[in-house]
Design a binder for this molecule. Sequence first.
Ligand SMILES: [Zn+2]
Length: 224
Amino acid sequence: MKKRVVMFVVVFLFLAGIPGVSRAAVTEEMVRRAWNEVVKTAEMKPLPLSIENNTIPNAWVTNGKSVTVTTGLMNLLEREEEIFGVLSHEAGHAKLNHYASAVTSSVGIGVAGILLDKVIGGSIVGDLAVNVGSNLASAGFSREKEVEADDFAVDLAFKGGKDPTGIYTALERLAYYGGKLQPSGFNSHPPDDRRLLHVKNRIHSRDPNIKITETPKPKQTKEK
Ligand SMILES: [Zn+2]
């Protein structure tokens, strides 16, 4: 009996170690569970969550009435705490009424937010430009709102007793995704270190002992 349990665990670990069989990506179940926890912790209306089949990693709130996560984001993230962080960021936009001033009222995370400098610098091309551009155009986007939503995400993790480093490493992955996509264009613009530093400081202001395991930078991204 005991032997069978051990065998099961061994097989599971074996499968989990094979890339492609169970790469550390976020599943739909994890997304929905994290969203339920965010809603509960933030004491907000349970907005419907949908998953969009799109390789661009992104998440956004529409009209403060629904939340969308792309499969690209699920594939990019590796821990449930990270999707919890991203969804907390989105909940922050909804709770802080960020959509109210926007025209089409869609406020997103990460790719749009973290790459703002690059958009302004005109160095984004292709799908990402279209995606980010339309997000920015329709969002009434501002860096200030992104910072507020990031802070909200960190605070919500503490409130819910979750790992607050999830939002941090999620933002790192989003930043480095851009680096991987456009190595030549992006190398002149380092990932948004200022935003990441702000999130890190927020975490450590709540608890200086929390260890943050940095996500390795993609090889083609130059060090600052
Ligand atoms: Zn945002």
